[in-house]
Design a protein around this ligand. Structure first.
Ligand SMILES: [Cu+2]
Length: 338
């Protein structure tokens, strides 16, 4: 092995490390992280991006360097030197990737597990309120713990906004956990909500609530994917599947079918609408009003024609909310209606 000038090599190595670390944190490739699971996935992605950037620069740098350094001199028609193998070098370039791959395997398995991947309906691990403690209990925690220092900081930062919804009015339909049925069919998703039985083509979710999707497929394979939540699950005819996530940001995000399911697969899109628990309740209430009124054009029903208390009065009792709360919820949802 002939390693060139030690100072130059050291400087190049330091520069390469700094550039890789910077790019790993600043690649800007991910959409907004809108669930509590997203920072976990992003932490893994950032580390892989850091390693990938370092390897890319190292390999491409060596190639470009060799273009110029070992370029054939004019008039030099001799053969190159005959070199056969280099055992220490081969051991080195086998063991370094092996360690990297093993580290990523342990780390990604930890994340998969803490997102509930091994058992999506087991909520004891689903909330990861203290990610570092949970990880410490698991085998391989020493390696993963080192790798996840960066990710853990990001998780703590991202988890703090989810504390706020608890101070909002407690909602009938926004419990700590909620199971929504999600049926995929050519070419739409149909969501059925618990208790209320409301059925909709868009997924409304209260922020800060652990959502369990009970996923089914009516015809062919589909897949439920929300890039902003960093979660994806197949919908398989005859085999129920599950997916858990906790929305952490109010907003609308695309739901994309991620399994080629027919000629209009590309059009199989809807939205997940993450709302405050109060807005979520108001939406459920509005859907109940619409269906109870027996109107076919449920969505087209507008509250504008009637005062809010009249409009929602018949449904105050079944919902167990008093008129004042309802008035308040509705005003918050639709400031213009009151
Ligand atoms: Cu589909």
């Amino acid at each position: 092995m002939n390693i060139p000038g030690s100072i130059t090599t050291l400087l190049v190595g330091i520069a390469l490390t700094i550039v890789s670390l910077w790019y790993g944190q600043n690649h800007g490739l991910m959409p907004v992280a809108a669930s509590t699971d997203a920072p976990l996935v992003d932490g893994l992605f950032d580390i892989m991006m850091t390693i990938g950037t370092g390897l890319f620069l190292l390999v491409q740098g060596a190639i470009v360097y060799s273009f110029f350094k070992f370029r054939r001199k004019p008039g030099d028609d001799t053969d190159g030197p005959y070199i056969e193998g280099n055992i220490p070098l081969e051991i080195l370039w086998t063991s370094i990737p092996a360690v990297i791959v093993l580290g990523i395997a342990v780390y990604s398995f930890d994340i998969y597990n803490s997102m509930g991947g091994l058992d999506p309906m087991d909520h004891s691990v689903a909330h990861h309120s203290q990610p570092s403690d949970e990880m410490a209990k698991m085998p391989g925690a020493a390696i993963a713990g080192t790798l996840t220092n960066v990710a853990t900081a990001a998780v703590s930062a991202a988890l703090s906004p989810t504390a706020t919804p608890e101070s909002l009015p407690v909602a009938n339909f926004a419990p700590a956990e909620m199971t929504v049925q999600a049926a995929g069919l050519q070419y739409a998703w149909i969501f059925t909500y618990p208790d209320s039985g409301v059925i909709a083509g868009e997924l409304h979710v209260p922020v800060g609530t652990r959502i369990n999707l009970a996923i089914s497929a009516n015809d062919v394979l589909h897949a439920f994917w929300v890039p902003e939540y960093r979660v994806k699950q197949d919908a398989i005819p005859g085999t129920p599947t599950q997916l858990s996530f906790t929305p952490s940001l109010v907003g609308e995000y695309p739901v994309i079918c991620a399994e080629l399911c027919g000629p209009y697969h590309g059009a199989m899109k809807t939205k997940v609408i993450a709302e405050t628990p109060a807005d979520f309740n108001a939406w459920i209430a509005s859907q109940l009003v619409a269906s109870a009124a027996g109107l076919d054009g449920a969505i087209a029903l507008t509250a504008a024609d009637k005062p809010v208390d009249q409009f929602l009065a018949p449904f105050v009792d079944p919902l167990g909310v008093d008129a004042a709360t309802l008035q308040q919820l509705h005003s918050a949802h639709h400031p213009s209606a009151s």
